[in-house]
Design a protein around this ligand. Structure first.
Ligand SMILES: C[S@@+](CC[C@H](N)C(=O)[O-])C[C@H]1O[C@@H](n2cnc3c(N)ncnc32)[C@H](O)[C@@H]1O
Length: 275
């Protein structure tokens, strides 16, 4: 079968699972052939060798498997990260969290931070690349994120400054830390997510408890208890009010919320009163 027909068939196959079936068919075929998309247009009469293998990739996508898991890569901020099932695919809204944290690091000349829930390493790798003097200790409770984060840390050659450890929240972190950043699981356990997320992305990366904000609140308490000055977290669009009530209840020096590009409340920075 030639490229033109292969794209036509793949587009048809993807039309119930993708918003842009033709575009995704082209992305998958360029990945399969290891060619740019422009090649598909210029040489659409060329045969697709091993057509059955390409069809299998299309079938995975038609079953709602995220494109990033099929190709094993995800674009994030200014880099491309290795990803696989078992690791959250980094989301564009998390780039806002990074910019916010970067401002604090710069303004306060911070040199040592921790990340809770490292996942693919997206946040830690980008921050380490931005700040050549920054030391990061990153935690996760799951083995696949720890493995994949370490791979990305090595890929971007920041392994001498980013250490990943298996730990819940900051339980195993004893170093002096000035700021903590986290994009923790914050979705309520019974919330119905789209099939491409619920059936493929890891449960531990998504669900934060019965209400959803349980882990977020525990992170706030643990960071406060360790006398760390700043915490910056991503959160759910409906969690601003409960978090404000929580900050007022425990007493903090200062807090500020931020929105994502769609205008939804998406996270906060909190400064703690020194013990
Ligand atoms: C939403 S993902 C974020 C991954 C990555 N930081 C990002 O922004 O793409 C949350 C991560 O937190 C980890 N996690 C869940 N509970 C945790 C806990 N109690 N302590 C540390 N990490 C935890 C999950 O395994 C997952 O990798």
């Amino acid at each position: 079968m030639n490229i033109k027909q292969a794209l036509k068939d793949a587009t048809e196959e993807l039309k119930n699972s993708c918003e842009r079936p033709r575009f995704e068919a082209e992305l998958l075929l360029s990945y399969y052939l290891k060619k740019e998309r422009t090649y598909l247009h210029a040489f659409d009469d060329k045969e697709v060798e091993g057509f059955e293998d390409f069809k299998a990739l299309v079938q995975r996508r038609a079953n709602h498997e995220p494109y990033e898991y099929i190709v094993g890569k995800a674009s994030f901020y200014d880099i491309e990260l290795n990803v696989e099932q078992g690791v959250l695919i980094p989301r564009p809204e998390t780039e806002i969290l990074i910019d916010l944290v970067a401002k604090i690091i710069e303004k306060k000349s911070i040199t040592s931070i921790a990340e809770i829930g490292v996942g693919s390493g997206a946040i830690s790798v980008v921050l380490a690349r931005k700040f050549p003097n920054l030391k990061i200790i990153a935690t996760d409770i799951c083995d696949t994120p720890i493995k994949v984060a370490n791979l990305n840390i090595e890929t971007y050659n920041v392994q001498d400054r980013v250490k990943v450890i298996k730990s819940s929240i900051l339980d195993e972190v004893n170093n002096h830390i000035e700021l903590v950043v986290s994009n923790p699981p914050y979705i309520a356990n019974d919330f119905k997510l789209e099939k491409n997320v619920s059936e493929y992305e890891p449960y531990e990366a998504l669900f934060g408890g019965v209400v959803g904000d349980e882990l977020l609140k525990q992170i706030v308490l643990d960071v406060k208890a360790k006398d760390i000055k700043y915490l910056a977290c991503e959160m759910g669009y409906d969690q601003k009010e409960p978090m404000i009530a929580f900050f007022n209840e425990i007493g903090v020096a200062y807090y500020q919320f931020y929105k994502d590009l769609a205008g939804f409340d998406r996270g906060f920075v909190v400064k703690f009163i020194s013990n």
